[in-house]
Write a protein that binds this ligand. Structure first.
Ligand SMILES: Cc1ncc(C[n+]2csc(CCOP(=O)(O)OP(=O)(O)O)c2C)c(N)n1
Ligand SMILES: [Mg+2]
Length: 367
């Protein structure tokens, strides 16, 4: 059998730049207005302050189950989603609060969801790992490691089928890359030329296992070569770098209907979830990243240098974000839990639409 060929260009990887803001002069960044830059900064801060408040709510015993904080990785969610057009979609794993706020979900609906309240984005039945907002092209929030990757390919397939000029940005962790389903998804994305962008948020750990201990090859994006997919490695601490490289991938998806894999170097400042004692890494390592690579501080410093931000404005934005987070905690406190008769609703589509039910057997055990 001969190898599948395509007339479309398949760009090869470029070398990785680890320097801060090496893409500040990329056209997609230079065209940003002062107001747009402030808005991007505000979103970084809002995510940071929101998550700090969720941690307090967890410690107060108001959040059951897991809480996976995104602190340290914010430039990726904010940078990528700042580029979204009307037919661009997002799907991610369980570390999903940052992406949710970045696509425009409110703190209220997110905080309420964390506390299992009926006013939450998933009516209090999803929790931390299952934030959804279809009206904002945000498809979750998935707890099965790698489980979102075939869904991301499916969304891209639908876009192609409907001849829409859009893409699906599908986020995954460095740990997910070794899941079989990720490779099946990459294969189909390459084979069917799907407008999907797999964004690997390489924070160097999957739970307590370092990248070196889990992956035979630590150049994760390079695996895309096996599927004839263009790939990149990006400094994920830098808002401008994230935007520049993601934009290239979006253009490839929109104009050539081709996939891309982007590996973004990042670091989570907190444990895997809030109950993690972090024995697997040195405190000094974490402190170093906080000192040198905090994406919020890096972008803040950049905008101070550009004379876009002043100390007063920084203070104002931070105070407003803290107040917004505080109000969302009050909103969640005052919201009701879902009524008992609703507990089994919105779980399986066929149960809510029995006239269309085709599957056999029981879905719930206690019928
Ligand atoms: C299929 C599957 N296997 C194992 C788990 C347990 N688990 C939850 S998170 C996680 C680590 C994933 O790490 P990574 O993909 O790097 O994402 P990160 O937590 O760093 O964002 C594992 C193994 C799971 N949820 N699903
Ligand atoms: Mg990881």
């Amino acid at each position: 059998m001969s190898k599948k060929t395509t007339s479309k260009s398949r760009p090869t990887a470029k070398s990785v730049s680890t320097s801060q803001n090496s893409e500040a002069n990329a056209p997609i960044n230079t065209k940003l207005s002062k107001e747009e830059k402030i808005e991007i900064y505000r979103n970084l801060v809002r995510i940071r302050r929101f998550e700090e408040r969720t941690l307090r709510a967890y410690q107060q015993g108001k959040i059951g189950g897991f809480l996976h904080l995104y602190i340290g990785q914010e430039a990726i969610a904010v940078g990528t989603t700042s580029l979204m057009g009307p037919d661009d979609h997002v799907i991610t794993a369980y570390r999903d609060h940052g992406h949710a706020l970045a696509v425009g979900m409110s703190m209220n609906e997110c905080m309420a969801e964390l506390q299992g309240k009926h006013t939450g984005c998933s009516k209090g039945k999803g929790g931390s790992m299952h934030f959804f907002a279809p009206d904002k092209n945000y498809w979750g929030g998935h707890g099965i490691v790698g489980g979102q990757t075939p869904l991301g390919a499916g969304i891209a397939f639908a876009l192609k089928h409907e001849e829409k000029k859009g893409c699906c940005m599908c986020f995954l962790g460095d740990g997910a890359v070794n899941q079989g389903v990720v490779h099946e998804s990459l294969n189909l994305a390459g084979l069917w030329e799907l407008p999907v962008i797999y964004i690997i948020e390489n924070n160097q750990y999957s739970m307590g296992t370092s990248l070196e201990r889990s992956s035979a090859s630590t150049m994760l994006a390079k695996r895309a070569d096996s599927y004839d997919i263009a790939w990149e490695q990006v400094n994920g601490h830098s808002l401008y770098d994230v935007r520049a490289k993601t934009w290239e991938a979006i253009e490839r998806a929109h104009n050539e209907c081709l996939p891309t894999v982007i590996e973004m170097a990042t670091y989570r400042h907190r444990g895997h979830s809030v109950s993690d004692n972090e024995k697997y890494r040195d405190k000094e390592e974490t402190e170093k990243y906080k000192r040198t690579s905090d994406p919020v501080i890096l972008f803040q410093d950049t905008l101070i240098d550009e004379k876009v931000l002043t100390e007063d404005l920084i203070k104002k934005i931070n105070t407003e974000a803290r107040e917004e987070a505080e109000k969302s905690a009050q909103f969640a406190d005052q919201s009701p839990f879902p009524p008992e008769e609703e507990l089994l609703k919105d779980v399986y589509w066929e149960e809510d639409n029995p006239e269309h039910k085709t599957s056999q057997g029981k879905i719930f055990f206690n019928d």
